[in-house]
Design a protein around this ligand. Structure first.
Ligand SMILES: Cc1cc2nc3c(=O)[nH]c(=O)nc-3n(C[C@H](O)[C@H](O)[C@H](O)COP(=O)(O)OP(=O)(O)OC[C@H]3O[C@@H](n4cnc5c(N)ncnc54)[C@H](O)[C@@H]3O)c2cc1C
Length: 170
């Protein structure tokens, strides 16, 4: 079975690497021509770290992330409200990390380039952002058995699949 993944962000690349690890073929279609490390600081909770560790990315993440020991809350006058331990310090098997989204995306992107088929912008199968309809038609006509929307366009993808199926079988 071959899967087409639309969107090479955090979710799309992590999904692609997980499929690849299980021996399932996939192709990632990303809309932007150049991947840059953009974003804000995000928290990787232990269940996310379990998946990223399974993908063999723990060392690279450790090199650029900060392990969270606890969350502490204060009000705007600096008065203490509440604290709780996090990740391994709260008894979880896996740690909780603070990381810049762009750094995480960079790690996933480098791993995907090494392990997977990612069409380049000039590839005839690649497509620009905002083209889920074209993607659906390309994907189905190219014989992909599954399409995964990972670019915030899952609903749009669903709509286009429905339109395509109605036209195809009307
Ligand atoms: C301020 C902020 C704080 C956050 N904090 C956290 C946090 O602490 N912990 C946490 O887990 N999450 C956090 N998140 C959420 C997290 O960043 C997102 O859940 C995550 O980035 C979603 O990944 P994604 O792959 O779905 O989308 P993205 O990372 O946005 O990637 C989508 C990709 O799809 C591509 N694309 C879009 N449309 C198309 C198309 N038609 N064709 C081809 N490609 C397309 C885009 O170019 C992009 O590369 C935060 C988000 C924000 C904004």
């Amino acid at each position: 079975m071959e899967t087409a993944i639309i969107g090479g962000g955090i979710a799309g690349l992590a999904f692609a690497l997980a499929l690849h690890q299980r021996g399932l073929a996939c192709t990632v279609y990303e809309g932007v021509r150049e991947v840059r490390e953009v974003g804000v600081g995000i928290t990787l909770l232990p269940h996310a770290m379990r998946e990223l560790t399974a993908l063999g990315l723990l060392d690279e993440i450790c090199a650029v992330a900060i392990e969270n020991e606890e969350s502490v809350f204060y009000n705007r006058w600096g008065q203490y409200i509440y604290r709780e331990p996090r990740g391994r310090h709260a008894g979880h098997e896996h740690p909780e990390f603070g990381i810049h989204r762009g750094k995480l995306h960079g790690i996933l992107h480098r791993a995907a380039l090494q392990r997977l088929h990612m069409p380049s912008a000039g590839d005839e199968h690649a497509f620009g952002g905002g083209l889920p309809a074209g993607c659906v038609q390309q994907g189905l006509s190219q014989g992909f058995q599954a399409l995964a929307g990972a670019g915030g366009q899952a609903q749009a993808l669903g709509r286009h699949v429905l339109v395509w199926v109605r036209r195809r079988f009307a």
